[in-house]
Write a protein that binds this ligand. Structure first.
Ligand SMILES: *Cc1c(COP(=O)(O)O)cnc(C)c1O
Length: 428
C-alpha cells in the first residue's frame, strides 16, 4: 500500500522545476534512499505530511524548533509584527532588544550584528577576523560545517561528505588557498599548523560540539587548548554556535564548556523559525565593521521586525521556562533508552549526546572525528531510518546529521521512540 501518493505526485512535480526537487540537498533522501515526504502542517513535536500521515519529529527544522513547531508565543509575536509591516530597512526597536538579549546571555559577545542566515554569519565573521588581524589564513576542521560560503566549503560535513578539496564544484582553488583543514580533536595537528604558518593565522573556526557529521564531542581539554594556542599566536578563536547557540545552554556551548571565544556565530534557534543569523564578540573587534570600520557587511532584510519578533519570542520563552533542564532530562532518557535498546538487539551503536543534540552511529569504535564517523555502517542506517519512519518517527535522512529534541517532546514520546527503535534494531 502506498502511504504517500500525494507526496509522490508533488515530488515528481518538484523535480521538474527545482534541481533535485529540493531547496537544500540533504532533504532529498539521497543518503537513505526513497523519496522525501511533503509537509503542510507542524505542531509541537509533530509534523503531518500532505497525505495526512503523522510523524514524531526529531529534526525540528534542523535546529530552530527548540520549543517545538508553531509555538503560540512565536506565532502571536510574528502575527503582531506582520500587522505593523514586514521590513523597513530603517532601524527598528526589536533589533535593539534582540541584540541586547544576545549580549546578556552570551558574555563573550559585547556587540552583535544581525543577518539572515548561519551562512552569512560565518562568512562575515571570517571576513571580520581577517580584517581585524590583517592576516589571511583560516583554520577549520574536517567535518565541521559552517554554511556554504566559498572559503568555508572545504571538507564540510554531511552535505558534502566526499573527499577532495575544495568540496564543491564552482569554488576556485584560489578561494580556498587560505583555508587549512585539520582533523578535529587533534592538538598536534593544530600546533604543527601554527608552527608552519607563524604570524599568518587570522583565526580558527569550529563547531565547539560538531553536529554536522553526526555528533561528536570535544575531548577534555581540547577547547581550552584551542583557546590558549590562538591567544598565544594573536589569532582569533571563532565558535560557530549556529547549531549549539541557545541550545546547549542559554549561553551555548561556550557556557557549557566554560570557554570565552573572540567571535561567535549564531543562527537557527535565535530566529524562532524565521531566517536569522548573528555574529558577535569583543567590541574592539566588532567595531572594525562598517560603518565604524573598514570591514564591509550588509543586508537588505537584516534585522527585519518579523524575524526579530520571532527570535525574541523564542528566547524569551526559553528564559521564562525551565527549558534547558527539561531538554537535559529528555536527552538523558533517550540516551539511556537507546543504548539499552542497541545492547538488547546486539547491534553495535555509538549513541552520542550533548544536551538536546544526539546521534547514533552504527559502529563499534569510538567516534571523535569525521574519519571515525565515516567508519559507521551507512546501509544499516538507511534501514534503521526507514524502519523508524514506518513507525511514524522521523530522524534526519542521513547518518551524518544530529537529532534534535525540543521542549515539546514528552517522556512518553521518548518511551515510544525507544520501543520502536528496539523493534527496528532487532530486525536489522
Ligand atoms: C546550519 C549551520 C550553518 C549554516 O546556517 P544556514 O542558516 O543554513 O546558512 C552554519 N554553521 C553550523 C554549525 C550550522 O549547523
Amino acid at each position: 500500500m502506498n502511504l504517500r501518493p500525494e507526496s509522490e505526485k508533488l515530488f515528481a512535480e518538484a523535480l521538474k522545476y527545482i534541481p533535485g526537487g529540493v531547496n537544500s540537498p540533504v532533504r532529498a533522501f539521497r543518503a537513505v534512499g526513497g523519496q522525501p515526504f511533503f509537509v503542510n502542517r507542524a505542531q509541537g513535536a509533530r509534523v503531518w505530511d500532505v497525505d495526512g500521515n503523522e510523524y514524531l519529529d526529531y529534526v525540528g527544522t534542523w535546529g530552530p524548533a527548540i520549543l517545538g513547531h508553531a509555538h503560540p508565543r512565536i506565532i502571536e509575536a510574528v502575527r503582531t509584527a506582520a500587522m505593523a509591516g514586514t521590513s523597513f530597512g530603517i532601524p527598528n526597536p526589536l533589533e535593539v532588544r534582540l541584540a541586547k538579549l544576545i549580549c546578556a546571555w552570551v558574555p563573550s559577545v559585547q556587540k552583535v550584528r544581525l543577518c539572515n542566515s548561519g551562512t552569512e554569519a560565518t562568512m562575515s565573521a571570517i571576513r571580520l577576523a581577517r580584517g581585524f588581524t590583517r592576516r589571511d589564513l583560516i583554520i577549520k576542521f574536517d567535518g565541521c560545517y559552517h554554511g556554504h560560503a566559498d572559503s568555508l566549503l572545504v571538507k564540510a560535513g554531511s552535505g558534502a561528505l566526499t573527499f577532495g578539496a575544495p568540496d564543491s564544484a564552482g569554488v576556485p582553488a584560489a578561494f580556498t588557498q587560505h583555508t587549512r583543514v585539520l582533523p578535529f580533536n587533534d592538538p598536534e595537528a593544530v600546533k604543527a599548523a601554527f608552527a608552519a604558518h607563524k604570524g599568518q593565522v587570522a583565526g580558527i573556526i569550529l563547531e565547539p560540539v560538531p553536529g554536522n557529521a553526526g555528533l561528536y564531542l570535544p575531548q577534555p581539554g581540547y577547547l581550552e587548548f584551542l583557546r590558549e594556542i590562538t591567544a598565544a599566536n594573536g589569532a582569533l578563536l571563532i565558535f560557530d554556535e549556529v547549531m549549539t547557540g541557545f541550545r546547549l545552554a542559554r549561553g551555548g556551548a561556550q557556557e557549557r564548556f566554560g570557554i570565552t571565544p573572540d567571535l561567535s556565530c549564531f543562527g537557527k534557534v535565535i530566529g524562532g523559525g524565521l531566517p536569522v543569523g548573528a555574529f558577535g564578540g569583543r567590541a574592539e573587534i566588532m567595531d572594525h565593521l562598517a560603518p565604524l570600520g573598514p570591514v564591509y557587511q550588509a543586508g537588505t532584510l537584516s534585522g527585519n521586525p518579523l524575524a526579530m519578533a520571532a527570535g525574541l519570542a523564542a528566547l524569551e520563552e526559553l528564559a521564562a521556562s525551565d527549558a534547558y533542564a527539561k531538554l537535559e532530562q529528555l536527552g538523558a532518557a533517550l540516551e539511556a533508552g537507546m543504548r539499552a535498546a542497541a545492547r538488547a538487539a546486539g547491534v553495535p551503536m555509538q549513541f552520542q549526546r550533548c544536551g538536546s543534540l544526539f546521534c547514533g552511529y552504527f559502529t563499534a569504535g569510538p567516534v571523535r572525528n569525521v574519519s571515525e564517523a565515516l567508519a559507521s555502517d551507512r546501509a544499516r542506517f538507511g534501514k534503521y531510518f526507514h524502519g523508524l519512519l514506518a513507525e511514524g518517527i522521523y530522524l534526519a535522512p542521513s547518518p551524518f546529521e544530529a537529532g534534535f529534541l525540543s521542549t515539546a517532546h514528552t517522556p512518553a514520546d521518548i518511551e515510544r521512540t525507544v520501543a520502536a527503535a528496539g523493534r527496528v534494531l532487532a530486525a536489522l
